[in-house]
Structure formats: C-alpha cells, structure tokens
Design a binder for this molecule. Structure first.
Ligand code: AMP
Ligand code: MG
Length: 417
C-alpha cells in the first residue's frame, strides 16, 4: 500500500492544464481565465445619478429645511438612457432617474424623498409637476457616481488564473467582451465494466445487478465543471476494453476525450481487465492506496490521455473520484485550488475503527450550529457497497489510522458539494 498523498502526487505529475481556447462568454462560467482583461473604457462610462430625484447646483439648496423650503422650477426630465437637451443653469432643477447622466451644469442630486411638489400634487416625481420644494441642503457631489468609479479605463480588471463566475461575466459584458480566452473545458468519457451489469428496468437475471456507477460518475464529472461523455458499458473482455479505450482517446476518435473515468476491473480478480489493458498499452500506475474505501486504483496515460480506473464498488468509485479524479480534472481546467473545503467537526458519535494502516473516509452528515461550529454524525451503513449512506452524506470524515475518534472528539470533514 502507498500513502494517499503519494498516490495523489504520482497522478499530479501527469496532469497539466488543457490548451487555451476562445469561448463565448455565455459558455465561460466555471472556466479559468487565460488572459488579462484590460478595461478599454471606464465603468460607469459617464457620471450618473445613484438616486431618483432632481439634479441641481448644491449651492441653490443652501439653508433648505422642512421649515424653510426652497422652491425651484423643474425644467426637464432625464430618464436613464437619455441626455439633457441643454445644460442646467442656476436656480432650476431637472428631474432625473437612477442611472441617467448628470446634466452639464449640475453638481449634485437631491433624492425625491427630500423634496415636495410646490402645489396640487402629492408626488414630486409626477412629470407634470412644474416646480418643487427642496427640504434639505445637499453637498456638491451628492448621489453622483462619477465616470470610472468602478473601473478606470486602462486598468487590468481580471487576471489569468481567475475562475470565471457570474460576476466576472457581468464585468466582461460591461466591457463589451463577447468571448474570452480560457483553458478548454475537459470532455470526460465514462465507462462501466462488468459482466454482471445491466441498465434500466429489465428484470435481473441471477447474478446481475444494475449499473449505478455510470450515472453517478457522469454526474460527478458534470459537477466538476467538465463535459460528461457517456461511453456506455463494457463486458469483462480484454479485447473489447482495449478497443473501447483506444477508440475514446485515439486520433481517430469522433469525439475525442481529454480524460477517461472507468469503474470496475481494477482489483486483484481474474476478470479485472481494465488494469491488464492499461498496463499493457499505457503508462500504468496500479496502486493499492492506504485508504478505506477505494484501495485499488489504476491510473495511466493512454496516448497522453489520463485514465482513471476506479474501483467498482459504488461508494469506492465515488470516494476514488473525489480523491483522485476530481482534483485532476480541476487541474486540467487550470484551477489552482483543487481541494474541497474542510471543516473541523465535533463527533456526535464515535468513529471508532481498528488500526489497519489506512485512512478511513466515513460518510457523514455535518450540520452547522448557530454559533458556527460543526457537528458530524454517521450517514448510515459504511460498507463500500452501501450507496444510500453516500446519498445522505454531505461530507467525508477523515479518520486517521489508529483507534478512531471517540464521541465528543474533533474530526476533519471534507465537505461534498
Ligand atoms: P470490481 O471492481 O469490478 O471487482 O467490482 C467490485 C464490486 O462493484 C462488485 O460487487 C461489482 O458488481 C460492483 N460494481 C462494479 N461496477 C459496478 C457498477 N457500474 N454499478 C454498480 N456496481 C458495480
Ligand atoms: Mg468487475
């Protein structure tokens, strides 16, 4: 057996970010920027009002209060998207809506709540109000958002290595970008192997089970931000496995994959052909990793493409994906931070275990208390075939080798999702 960190390091050596491509911004979310984004123009592009109200010269409001209101004529209305037809002069106001450009000659905005219509109206925003009373003094610059207040033209706003989020898309759109340079989103093929597997509602024949790994692994691939490619099922047959692996990554592949994830066929059984094929064709690293579940792992490069040969037991394949495939796929996307968040949780019940040289990953439910602390309890049966506990779990408790963790002890938990 080799330590988990060593297995992860061996894989990491063979994993590199995918090439840089230009993608429409609508497809860029979750990808990693590969260019600096320099603002060609200022945001906002012109000084505008942060409030609905009236543009004025601040000096004209001197001394205004509810007891000593100052009455001024309303000479124009400026909506967002329009501009005043003439400059503002002293002793008048222009009605102005949030986002509209400040008219030349005005240096301030008074919000509508601090004004009142001079006569005949209850609402000074009404467009037929011809004059208003100021009920407060305002300072020069009041409620004005200057041009370039968010971004000055010429500055670098986004940098390579940043993961494109919803807010990044907004920044790119404000600057007029339609596409952006990012690391390619990996296409990841998923195979299941095993003569015992069928899919769908067909009644099970003796010895058969339904393929649960493929939908799960395809979903994990998608959750990682990659494009899942369903490559179906393969029997425990060396020739068929070889042909399918080569077809998925070879130069003649229709839809070439950037990585493959297989499940089953990597243990010590007589029919574990994924391991055999990879060791013959590829640059295989077959590992017995000192973890439970998910001890066997076959990792190799086939014609330069990483292949993750995960164990077949449903929980094992998920834990193996979590510890080996997911960080690698994120690194292929160019991400620097490939690790799950971890929290230190109080063990509500014991996570006891015998020493066996392995780190145990226990499926747990963690809850955060109002004071911010975390509590962990088992999500159910911990067998590597017991997928329902995995379905309930929102974390994997990391129980180091030894006697385990007593009730009330602290345990590190990887947060899933
Ligand atoms: P293997 O790694 O091929 O020896 O499989 C280990 C265990 O996982 C066996 O009990 C298999 O029947 C089961 N198994 C393998 N592949 C799948 C799958 N795709 N879905 C559900 N169970 C599987
Ligand atoms: Mg098998």
């Amino acid at each position: 057996m080799i330590p988990l960190a060593e297995a992860q390091a061996r894989i990491q050596r063979d994993i590199h970010p995918l090439p840089v491509v230009s993608v429409p911004i609508a497809e860029a979310r979750g990808l990693v920027l590969a260019e600096s984004v320099v603002a060609k123009e200022a945001i906002p592009p012109f000084a505008n009002t942060a409030m609905d109200g009236f543009a004025l010269r601040a000096a004209d409001s001197a001394g205004a209060s509810p007891e000593t209101p100052i009455s001024l004529p309303v000479v124009a209305t400026i909506a967002a998207g329009s501009v005043a037809s003439r400059p503002l002069i002293g002793g008048e106001v222009m009605r102005i809506m949030t986002g509209a450009p400040i008219p030349e000659g005005a240096d301030s905005v008074i919000m509508v709540e601090l004004t009142r219509p001079t006569s005949g109206h209850d609402d000074s925003t009404s467009s037929d109000v011809s004059s208003i009373e100021l009920l407060a003094e305002v300072a020069s610059g009041n409620h004005i958002r200057p041009a370039g207040d968010d971004v000055r033209a010429g500055v670098t706003v986004l940098s390579p290595g940043e993961v494109v989020t919803a807010a990044h898309l907004g920044v790119l759109a404000s600057l007029g970008y339609e596409s952006v340079l990012v690391h390619k989103r990996p296409r990841v093929g998923v195979f299941s192997t095993g003569d015992e597997l069928i899919s769908g509602p067909t009644p099970l024949q003796p010895g058969q089970i339904r393929d649960s790994n493929r939908p799960t692994l395809l979903a994990l691939v998608e959750e990682s931000g990659c494009i899942p490619v369903d490559l179906g099922w393969l029997p425990d047959n060396e020739e068929e496995i070889e042909a399918a692996l080569v077809a998925a990554v070879g130069p003649d592949a229709d839809n070439v994959c950037d990585a493959l994830v297989t499940s089953g066929g990597v243990s010590m059984g007589d029919f574990d052909f994924v391991k055999k094929v990879l060791s013959r064709l590829g640059d295989l690293n077959w590992m017995q990793v000192a973890i439970k579940p998910a001890k066997p792992l076959a990792f190799g490069l086939l014609m330069g493409t990483p292949i993750f040969g995960l164990p077949g037991n449903p929980v094992s394949s998920m834990v193996s994906f979590e510890l080996f495939a997911r960080p690698s796929l994120l690194a292929m996307m160019g991400k620097r931070d490939t690790q799950r968040l971890t929290v230190l949780a109080l063990a509500e019940e014991g996570f006891l275990r015998p020493p066996d040289g392995k780190i145990h990953f226990v499926r747990v439910v963690v809850d955060q208390e109002p004071d911010g602390s975390w509590l962990a309890r088992s999500a159910g049966g911990q067998g590597s075939h017991q997928l329902t506990a995995m379905a309930r779990a929102n974390g994997l408790a990391v129980v180091p080798d030894g006697d385990g963790i007593r009730p009330g002890g602290m345990v590190k938990v990887l947060l899933l999702g």
